[in-house]
Design a protein around this ligand. Structure first.
Ligand SMILES: [Zn+2]
Ligand SMILES: [Zn+2]
Length: 373
């Protein structure tokens, strides 16, 4: 019995995005058109099954609790669409990759020799709250496909050239005749031998195994502008996968994940912080120092401030991404903290306050009594 998580190389709690990206990475090295190992197709199908199961919430929940047998017992077709044969799996593969450049399968593609733009890629980068506010330069590491430096992308061993496909004679198409009660129909489909390219590589390049591209780790430094927020995307043009047949490379999208701050919460360009003050500070007013994005700053608490009131420091929030010279505000939310433990001295002072109030009441009562006596 195989473990779907292991097949995909993800953790048990992996998100759909993580599963997608793991599938993507493995699928393109295991596709039987790329990988000529005898067990590649079987492995590719297994990968497809694992992907299909884990992307479906119901199937995944069943699988997590009862395993693969549980899926069968629950009436799920465990082969998914993959029992139907390799063509079905190719459909998934193609829908996933949006037409894998250079491969002629899937049927819908016009000219397999036409230039194909490379796939876009995604990289995730974590930054701190302050880095999001003020911007930062970050190194991003990712894997992308580059044209094979050995064969320059042809896939043919140095000094050799692709040969004309013997099956289709270089046209890239084959004709089949289907006889039906309504007559014979001629169907033209991409040549299964060369996948519609009309060419075959008899001597595959040793570096890329005939694929023409190799996966390479790359590091680049990107400039993250001030004011970005969680899940902001930065497009790095041309750093996606290499194209095919002279097509340009795809783009890299860097998705930012901003670590929450213990102190600030953010709402657009405004930041909020909490401030606890004593009843005495609230009643008398005070001047205190608070931490802001620009460092420490003196803030006036006016006498009589109430629990839940706010103090606004203008232009001390986050720079606005599209207008970096403008900033949001820093809003301080005040909580008046009632003491739960009192020192002897404090207790006496509170008592005095209390008695002061009672005396006032009593003297008022005396006056009222006087009127009615
Ligand atoms: Zn090569
Ligand atoms: Zn052919």
């Amino acid at each position: 019995m195989s473990d779907f998580y292991e097949i995909l190389g993800v953790e048990k709690g992996a998100s759909k995005d993580e599963i997608k990206s793991a599938f993507r990475k493995k699928a393109r090295t295991l596709h039987p058109d790329v990988n000529k190992a005898p067990d590649a197709e079987a492995k590719f199908k297994e990968l497809g099954k694992a992907y299909e199961t884990l992307m479906d919430d119901n199937k995944r929940a069943t699988y997590d609790r009862y395993g693969e047998d549980g899926l069968k017992n629950a009436g799920f077709n465990t082969g998914g669409p993959f029992d139907g044969g390799f063509g079905d799996l190719n459909d998934i593969f193609n829908s996933f990759f949006g037409g894998f450049g250079g491969f002629g399968f899937g049927g819908g593609r016009q000219d397999p020799n036409a230039p194909q733009v490379g796939d876009d890629l995604r990289a995730d980068v974590e930054i701190t709250f302050e880095e999001a506010v003020f911007g930062v330069n970050k190194e991003v590491k990712f894997d992308h496909l580059e044209l094979c430096p050995e064969c320059g992308g042809t896939g043919a061993e140095k000094g050799s050239k692709p040969i004309t496909c013997p099956t289709c004679g270089g046209s890239g198409q084959v004709q089949t005749v289907a006889r039906t009660p309504l007559g014979a129909f001629t169907q033209i489909s991409p040549c299964p031998d060369c996948h519609g390219t009309g060419q075959k590589i008899s001597n595959p390049c040793k570096v890329c195994k005939g694929y023409g591209k190799i996966e390479k780790e790359k590091k680049i430094e990107i400039k993250i502008p001030a004011g970005v927020d969680n899940h902001s995307k930065i497009r790095v043009s041309g750093e996606g996968d290499a194209g095919s047949n002279g097509g340009r490379a795809g783009d890299l999208y860097v998705v930012l994940h901003v670590k929450p701050s213990d102190y600030y919460t953010r709402d657009g360009a405004d930041v909020y912080t909490k401030l606890e003050i004593s009843p005495a500070q609230a009643a008398l007013g005070d001047e205190i120092v608070v931490k802001t994005l620009d460092g420490e700053q003196k803030v006036q608490i006016h006498a009589g401030i109430q629990n839940g009131n706010t103090i606004k420091i203008r232009n001390a929030g986050v720079p606005i991404l599209s207008r970096p010279s403008q900033r949001g505000d820093h809003i301080i939310v005040v909580t008046v903290k009632i003491p739960t433990k009192l020192s002897e001295q404090e207790r006496n002072l509170y008592k005095q306050l209390y008695e002061l109030k009672s005396e006032k009441k009593e003297s008022l009562m005396d006056k009222v009594k006087g009127v009615f006596q």
